[in-house]
Write a protein that binds this ligand. Structure first.
Ligand code: MTE
Length: 315
């Protein structure tokens, strides 16, 4: 039996008309015409979202929507970049429930709609850097992760938060593939201060539309100063923990993927350099290679989180 709960909201969290209970109306509620930018257009320098997008250079271009939604890593649907766009429609994302567990006052099983109800999604245009050295600029719509997590009242013992993706091999063909060596379900984690950083976003939309399945419907993390694998998709569990969670890629190849995974041009992946990246769209003849910035360009905002740490060791 599921014990469905509704998080009690403080009045500051509730929008006047309690706008979005309906997932399909969710984005329309938060984003007027001003919130969206056309595919391929330059980031508008006078737009209201510039304040929330530190690190973007003026004139840096959005990656076209069709690339953002068709060149994906979502190994639950296969290993190739076009597998998620091809097969993710096989996943049912409604209804969607989320288990909350661990060091908090409000553990339980929640309906996704109840968790996000009352929030108006914000637009955040972020650089997104994959560990495989390609990158994009993506207009996400979402809720600051901190505001979501605070609903569950984490206790003083919560030093980390762990996220888990759905495990449903009947609808996620990569999970039933004999060629996959990943130990499902996909797990990621953050230190609480990283999770509470204002740049950490729980995205529910991209390009002004609800997230397509291949991008992590109905919600996924976006942590723009870390390699893309931290930005876990299609989350069904949030656990507050005393100890550092064991994450999928760390378990898979600890010498290649660390817990912190901060974008760092000075620390090469054992099999390739991280000093530069292919900014999509990119082709053989026009590779569009640009230098990679420490913390993906968000150093001024996040470097203080790692003071005193040796990021060559804690990579
Ligand atoms: N989340 C899950 N559950 N499964 C995955 O395979 N891939 C990660 C991350 N989140 C992945 C995931 C990696 S390696 C990247 S680069 C980003 O998702 C890609 O996000 P995008 O497809 O929206 O660009």
């Amino acid at each position: 039996m599921r014990n469905r709960r509704t998080p009690e909201l403080s009045s500051s969290e509730i929008t006047p008309e309690s706008v979005f209970l309906n997932r399909r109306r969710l984005l329309a509620a938060g984003l007027g015409a001003a919130g969206l930018s056309a595919a391929g257009s330059a980031v508008p320098s006078a737009s209201p979202m510039v304040g929330s997008t530190p690190g973007l250079s003026p004139g840096e271009e959005l990656t076209p929507e069709d690339i953002v939604t068709s060149y994906n890593n979502f190994y639950e649907f296969g290993m190739d970049k076009d597998d998620p766009a091809r097969y993710a429609h096989e996943l049912t994302t409604d209804p969607w429930s989320v288990e909350v567990a661990g060091e908090c006052a409000k553990p339980g099983e929640y309906a996704f709609e109840d968790i996000v109800s009352g929030f108006v999604p914000e637009e955040r245009i972020y650089r997104f850097r994959c560990v495989e050295a390609w990158s994009m600029v993506v207009p996400w719509q979402g809720v600051p992760l901190r505001r979501i997590l605070e609903r569950f009242e984490p206790s003083g013992n919560a030093r980390y938060v762990e996220f888990t993706t759905l495990y449903r091999p009947s609808e996620m063909r990569g999970q039933r593939s004999l060629f996959s060596s990943i130990d499902w379900p996909y797990v990621e984690g953050l230190r609480m201060d990283e999770a509470y950083h204002p740049l950490s976003l729980m995205a529910v939309g991209v390009y002004g539309k609800p997230l397509p399945n291949q991008n992590g419907a109905p919600w996924r993390l976006v942590v723009p100063w870390k390699y893309g694998f931290k930005s876990i998709k299609s989350i069904v569990k949030i656990r507050f923990a005393r100890r550092q969670p064991k994450t999928t890629w760390q378990l898979q190849a600890p010498q290649e993927y660390g817990f912190y995974a901060n974008v760092n041009p000075d620390v090469s992946h054992p099999r390739w350099s991280q000093a530069s990246e292919r900014r999509l769209p990119s082709s053989l003849f026009e590779p569009n290679r640009i230098p990679t910035l420490p913390f993906n360009g968000y150093g001024a905002e996040v470097a203080q989180l790692y003071q005193g740490m040796d990021l060559r060791r804690d990579f």
